[in-house]
Design a binder for this molecule. Structure first.
Ligand SMILES: Nc1ncnc2c1ncn2[C@@H]1O[C@H](COP(=O)(O)OP(=O)(O)OP(=O)(O)O)[C@@H](O)[C@H]1O
Ligand SMILES: [Mg+2]
Length: 317
């Protein structure tokens, strides 16, 4: 469904920023991968690379992204548009950035459906109502004619999810889709996504700061630090038996560990500026397990059988 091999994303504008470095991830159909990590670790850039949404002029890609059988970084514009409109879609953290204020919810969803299925306006409107019902927007037949600003934050988020799933994507990319919502709405949206994933058989990549959310929804977890995946594996392995000192710090410094609603606590020090990475392991300056060698030699990925770790100090059995 999705296979990212040694992805590098470098911004080459005013500053040279290696925002994503040698990231490899895989996702099977119908599975959910959560990406966690502090602010600036490259989570959003990784998702945007899968849709190739980054500014074409100032972005350099390396490695390979296979999504729904397509070599994303090699696609021509028309094929890229088809992939985005139909097979892969994205939910953004801030719904207003995805919803166009001059169109009603029904017009936006209808357009997606028409593109995919080549049906008329009336049929598309009916499909839009169905999509809103699927995401449990109350009184969908009336709300289909509403404009984004007429909806509450929670309904807007649902409308954006309806828009993202209207094309029945095989792969849904969700960038902190619940962070902007209050706690009860967050849980509802999460349950909704979980149900949709089961009903529609979508695979999902889900970015979150919230370990509780990851525990609820993930099959696999990837932990990112300074543009790299430092550890990945099954949700049970990562949350219950983390190996990398960074993952351990994240989990143990959260008051309730992986309990619901626990946010990733801050650990002492700050992540490096990606434009000025330290030599050796990027986490070494903050790492309790670091030895002299860590500041010199960058660790490479180790592991197998679905578990990966990027740290030379950890024994793997
Ligand atoms: N268009 C751009 N040009 C230059 N640098 C960028 C651009 N977009 C992102 N970056 C930089 O890339 C790094 C990774 O950003 P990214 O948005 O992926 O972080 P994130 O993990 O999603 O963080 P957050 O949790 O805050 O959303 C950051 O240092 C950011 O400043
Ligand atoms: Mg982000």
């Amino acid at each position: 469904m999705l296979s990212i091999e040694s992805l590098d994303v470098t911004f080459t504008g005013e500053r040279f920023v290696p925002a994503v470095r040698a990231v490899s991830l895989t996702l099977a159909p119908g599975r959910v991968l959560c990406i966690i990590g502090e602010s600036g670790s490259g989570k959003s850039v990784t998702l945007q690379a899968v849709m190739r949404l980054l500014p074409p002029g100032g972005t350099r890609y390396g490695g390979r992204i296979m999504a729904c059988g397509q070599d994303v970084l090699a696609l021509r514009p028309a094929a890229l548009r088809a992939l985005r409109g139909q097979k892969v879609s994205m939910i953004f953290q801030e719904p207003m950035s995805a919803l166009d204020p001059v169109y009603s919810i029904g017009e936006m969803i209808g357009e997606v459906v028409r593109m995919r299925q080549g049906i008329g306006r009336a049929a598309a409107r009916a499909r839009a109502i169905e999509a809103l019902e699927l995401v449990q927007v109350p009184d969908a037949a009336r709300r289909v004619d509403a404009y984004p600003h007429e909806l509450s934050g929670g309904l807007r988020q649902r409308a954006m999810i309806a828009l993202a799933i209207a094309s029945r994507p095989e792969l849904l990319l969700a960038d902190e889709p619940t962070t902007a919502l209050d706690a009860t709405v967050q849980i509802q949206v999460l349950l909704l996504l979980r149900r949709l994933r089961a009903e529609l058989g979508m695979a999902m990549v889900f970015v979150t700061h919230d370990l509780g959310v990851a525990a609820e929804i993930a099959d696999e977890v990837a932990v990112m630090y300074a543009g790299q995946v430092v550890e990945s594996g099954s949700v049970g392995d990562i949350l219950r038996a983390p190996l990398h000192p960074y993952t351990r710090a994240l989990i143990s410094s959260s008051v309730q560990g992986a309990a619901a609603g626990a946010r990733l606590a801050t650990i002492s020090g700050a992540p490096p500026d990606p434009a000025r990475l330290p030599p050796g392991c990027a986490f070494a300056p903050r790492c309790v397990a670091a030895v002299a060698a860590c500041a010199v030699k960058a660790p490479s990925e180790r592991g197998g059988n679905g578990r990966m770790i990027r740290c030379d100090q950890v024994e793997l059995n």
